[in-house]
Design a binder for this molecule. Sequence first.
Ligand code: F6R
Length: 249
Amino acid sequence: MKLIEVKDYHEMSQVAADYLLSNIKKSDKLTLGLATGGTPQGLYEALIQDHKENNTSYQHVSSFNLDEYIGLSGDQPNSYCHYMKENLFNHINIRSENTHIPSGKAVDLVGECKAYDHMIESCGGIDLQVLGIGSNGHIGFNEPGTSFDSETHIVELAQSTREANARYFDSTDEVPTHAITMGIATILKSKEILLLISGQAKQEALKKLMEGEVSEDFPASILNRHPNVTVIADEEALTLVEDLKQLNK
Ligand code: F6R
């Protein structure tokens, strides 16, 4: 796992954007895995800014999002489909037919999960997956205890996750209880992974990740076994890791 240490959220977002842009510019076909939430918002702003200034093209780019709430349709403001349109897709020239997000309104949700994995495979797999991390170590919506062998599946969200995401809703009660998420095995099939970590709320999670013990109780720990992971973390998130380094000196 390669660690890039940056000063703050702004620098994390810029370094991540440069990372994606160099991949976007050097390839003639690229499949990105994308995340939602607060962490990648600055990255998406930087990509939009670059698109305005440099006209970087996304015509050859496809994307697969990690997850979607069950029960929300794509046009509802708190759906991840809506988030992606508002925060990225509507502002760059990616083809809408090349953007994929599981449907939280599918009648056959199990079939939707299988079809999603199949679509990723038919597209040739994910070249570069962007991830955030939950303070309990979740990646996608794979909560602690999720099997490392899991493919795209339906999950019940942890109360801590619903509370963390309540900031986008009127109350915690309104946060859906279930979601569709790429599984851990699905995520691990990505050729390359870029994990973004910023802020005080992620200090414990980052420390646990860097300690290196791999356990299903801490889903992100499996990233220690992937051959091509880059973590971009800011000073605030790194505080406890720095303490650890001092102790080991
Ligand atoms: C979002 C996702 C989640 C978030 C995580 C962190 O698509 O899959 O794993 O990355 O919950 O969320 P933020 O960035 O809001 O702290």
